[in-house]
Design a protein around this ligand. Sequence first.
Ligand code: GLV
Length: 322
Amino acid sequence: MTLPSVLITRRIPDSVLQRLEPHCRIDLYRGDGAIPAAELHARLSGKRGLMCLLTDRVDAAVMDAAPELRIVANIAVGYDNIDCAAARARGIVVTNTPDVLTEATADFTWGLILDVTRRVSEGERLVRRGAWRGWALDFMLGTDLRGKQLGVVGMGRIGRAVAARAGAFGMRVAYSTVDAGGPFAGPHGEPYAAMCLDELLTSSDVVTFHVPLTPQTRHLVNRRSVLRLKRGAYIVNTSRGPVIDEEALAWALGEGLLAGAALDVYEREPAIHPDLLRLERVVLAPHLGSATVETRTAMADLAARNVIAVLAGGAPLTPVPA
Ligand code: GLV
């Protein structure tokens, strides 16, 4: 019996390749960066499985390049890079990698919150350019988190994990959901305040975004909503770049309406809005939310287990919601 062929669009850990090897013939793209669209089309021909990344656009035309395709396994929890309706219409299963990256992403979000409110990256840049003149009582002051409100937009797994860490920093939690879930409470039963987005923006000291990118969440922060934010608030985004209109954010920061922003994701990755690059009170991370050895290995492994299950005729472990 010939094994089914699977295209993998980026290098993955050896342990995951070894898991796949007994079950399929692997065609691994070894280039640096994302596989070019034309090569994705060409190499997908005859494949029954595709393991891809959020940098690969998998639309109807891509799927039509492989009439035998049975599964698209995204090595990411977000799957806005895949046309799920087109997949459904073709009987192709789409899977993502929830759960395994929740804690790493929540930790990283707190890294960004602490960085931007205590000016760590800004201070580091100053030290490196030789501009530090020594300790002073009023030098590079940040903001305390204790006693302040963390506004969490989106209470999925990652939003809840971020909220669960707030008590360690003495912050109270308010949240706003896009899908009306809840009510939610903290690890010790402490109540979180449910709010509409407008109320959350006007009352929170730090607002952090944990929503999937959909037509409803695109530009949740825009020229209008940015004006609703509390003066001196901080914005943090580890979800998807287009949730924030970068032009509007840069304008609000430039006008001094916000104290700062910490971003891990961008509207046109890897390009960054030039005004954001110029602003000191902005922390810019290169999409590292889930980037630990353990977590990235677990993500690739979960995608591989989905491929193996589906190509063997079984049910996927983590299909995307219908
Ligand atoms: C990363 O952004 C992911 O969706 O896993």
